[in-house]
Design a protein around this ligand. Structure first.
Ligand code: AR6
Length: 175
């Protein structure tokens, strides 16, 4: 699915985010920036050790924050590490919104034209996919309506169910 927002587009893709050739892909990170399983594990395996080494130099960030490193051996030049909330820790919705927003701002700051997001916090961190879709998509739509130079934002969903949830949510949000 593909929609236009001003001069940009939002694309929904079912697949593996580590195969994206966008300028940056977003990692579903933790505040310590220690790459564990899920998306982070896949990025570590395909991108090589330099990504974790750069994360170690940065040292960490707040929940809702985002930092940038090289993409190592990935097709993407950069990895933006966005820290989503762990379900149950409190204020999850705001934190997920901030993680999305701070990733988009960081992409613009580095003059990146394309970025790919996973469904942040919906794996190991246990956040519901339907709320994730609503928050990440509405935050992105609002952001692209402002003054952004990002041309495409891809949401890369791992399962058919997650893809369907994002598709239905995007359709609803644009009504
Ligand atoms: N491509 C796209 N989506 C994926 C991929 C992939 N290759 N692999 C998993 N997903 P998760 P979190 C989906 O667990 O919940 C790590 O240990 C997955 O199905 O990666 O934010 C980190 O180091 C789910 O829908 O991230 C953190 O400690 C979504 O991506 C912690 O997990 C996010 O799942 C972060 O947990």
């Amino acid at each position: 699915m593909n929609v236009r927002i001003k001069d940009s587009e939002i694309n929904l893709i079912k697949g593996d985010i580590t195969e994206q050739d966008t300028d940056a892909i977003v990692n579903a990170a933790n505040a310590q920036l220690i790459m564990g399983g899920g998306v982070a594990g896949a990025i570590r395996r395909k991108g090589g050790p330099i990504i974790q080494e750069e994360c170690n130099k940065i040292g960490g960030t707040f929940v809702g924050g985002a930092v940038i490193t090289t993409g190592g051996n990935l097709k993407a030049r950069y990895v933006i590490h966005a820290v989503g909330p762990r379900m149950g820790e409190g204020d999850e919705d705001n934190k997920l919104k901030n993680a999305t927003l701070n990733s988009l701002k960081l992409a613009d700051k580095h003059n990146l034209k394309s970025i790919a997001f996973p469904a942040i916090s919906t794996g190991i961190f246990g956040y519901p996919i339907n709320k994730c879709a609503k928050i990440m998509l509405s935050t992105t739509i609002e952001y692209l309506k402002g003054n952004s130079n990002i041309k495409s934002v891809n949401f890369v969903l791992f399962t058919q169910n997650d893809f369907n949830v994002f598709k239905n949510t995007l359709t609803e949000l644009l009504k």
